[in-house]
Design a protein around this ligand. Structure first.
Ligand code: ATP
Ligand code: MG
Length: 407
């Protein structure tokens, strides 16, 4: 793969263009990063008012699997990436026939399917000794019966659909064999995994970027707090978790990217569970084949953001070594922020929030605020961890955010 230089024009007069499949906020921030470097951008997304489509040079408004739309994207672009893992892997395969695609369809296919993903975590991969949670596959009534007969060690557990889950959707917590059977029926008896419910002490994630040439760089792990299955707060500063666990998580994520021959930005999520010592032990949860909500702090707290690295990796540019220059806390802004306690629509008090030192507001351009919908995020940076925490608490209080006690 020869590098695609920003600002270049080919023999036919076409400007160097990077494409993204999907038009959400991750696509929008990718587009911003690509444009800042001097690339033209193209977004394929059916929604006319999507966060990424609104800011891109080109917006191809078709379904993700529309042959004409895909052909147009491949024709416009010198390289293409994806912004959410539920785009059909087949679409990436089609694009790859005529255009470099990063990450590739095969690895996106693994990350799309919890059964394949877990098989990959278990079989033959040495992730610095980090295993995934005990689990079983349920695709047939016989497999359900087998769990009821002799795998009650997995209960209480979480039944998760193998495909199309995100933000805790497609998941049911079950305590007994009867609840498990009911939950599987409720999920439409589709392919699922049952995971043992683990006693979580904390959660963290690691971002890795890997280029076509195998060069890989990574960020230190960030600690994440979820509320109702959705990321609420990310803590990104030295001392956010025990250093030995942080090193292991980082090594495991880099090994995973290398084993997969991954190109682009990969996020690996981990649980910290009670273990042999007071710090606990690491369990790998899942991977996202793209930049991740937990990495948004890199936009304001690092010399290079996760989106910059995605652009560099796919375009074959050198990967700068990420360096964090400020401690940071990221607060997710869900649709609830736009409603008061009585369910009345309100405009959040941005003046008060932006008066606080070190606040960086990012709104994604979504017109309609709905409960649970990711509308934006607020990153707080500062000279030291104590002041960042103080400001984050104030901002969370002003906005009525959940998870205040976790800051
Ligand atoms: P996202 O795409 O937002 O990361 P998801 O829908 O893919 O979420 P998971 O990451 O599998 O879902 O789970 C969501 C959250 O539920 C986790 O971050 C964790 O808080 C909790 N959770 C999931 N699996 C387990 C488990 N085995 N034991 C304890 N808690 C769990
Ligand atoms: Mg997750």
């Amino acid at each position: 793969m020869s590098p695609i230089f920003p600002g270049s024009t080919d023999a036919a007069g076409q400007r160097a263009t990077l494409g993204v499949l999907g038009g959400g906020q991750l696509g929008r921030m990718f587009v911003h990063a690509a444009q800042r470097l001097g690339y033209f951008t193209a977004v394929l997304e059916p929604d006319a008012q999507s966060p990424a489509g609104l800011v891109s040079h080109h917006h191809i408004q078709t379904r993700y699997d529309d042959p004409a739309g895909l052909a147009q994207l491949a024709q416009l672009c010198q390289a293409i990436t994806t912004e959410f893992e539920n785009v059909p892997a087949q679409a990436l395969q089609t694009l790859a026939l005529t255009c470099p695609v990063a990450p590739g369809a095969a690895v996106v296919g693994i990350a799309q399917d919890r059964i394949e993903e877990k098989a990959h975590f278990t079989a033959g991969s040495d992730l610095s000794g980090v295993a995934c949670a005990p689990y079983a596959v349920i695709e047939t009534p016989a497999q359900l019966q087998a769990i009821q007969n002799d795998r009650d060690d997995l209960l209480p557990g979480i039944l998760k659909t193998a495909r199309m889950g995100y933000d805790g959707k497609g998941q049911v917590r079950v305590k007994t064999a009867a609840e498990l059977a009911a939950a599987w029926a409720e999920l439409g008896s589709v392919a699922c995994v049952l995971e043992k419910m683990l006693p979580l002490m904390a959660e963290c994630s690691v971002l890795v970027a890997r280029g076509w040439d195998g060069q890989a760089v990574s960020y230190a792990p960030q600690r994440n707090v979820h509320v109702d299955g959705i990321l609420a707060v990310t803590h990104a500063y030295e001392g956010n978790m025990p250093p030995t666990l942080a090193t292991r998580a980082r090594n495991a994520a880099v090994s995973l990217a290398q084993q997969l021959g991954y190109v682009g930005v990969l996020c690996v999520e981990f649980f910290v569970v009670e273990g042999d010592d007071e710090h606990g032990d690491l369990v790998v949860n899942e991977m996202a084949p793209r930049p991740h909500n937990s990495g948004h702090y890199t936009l304001d707290a690092c010399n290079v953001s996760q989106f910059d690295l995605q652009v560099h990796a796919m375009a074959g540019l050198p990967l700068p070594l990420p360096r964090q220059h400020s401690p940071a806390i990221m607060l997710n802004l869900l649709g609830e922020v736009w409603f008061d306690g009585n369910g009345q629509r309100r405009e959040p008090d941005w003046h008060a929030v932006l008066s606080l030192p070190g606040t960086h507001l990012h709104l994604y351009g979504k017109a309609e605020a709905r409960a649970g919908r990711k509308m934006g995020h607020l990153t707080i940076t500062g000279p030291d961890v104590a002041s960042v925490k103080t400001t984050a608490r104030r901002a969370a209080g002003l906005l009525g955010l959940p998870g205040l006690d976790a800051i």
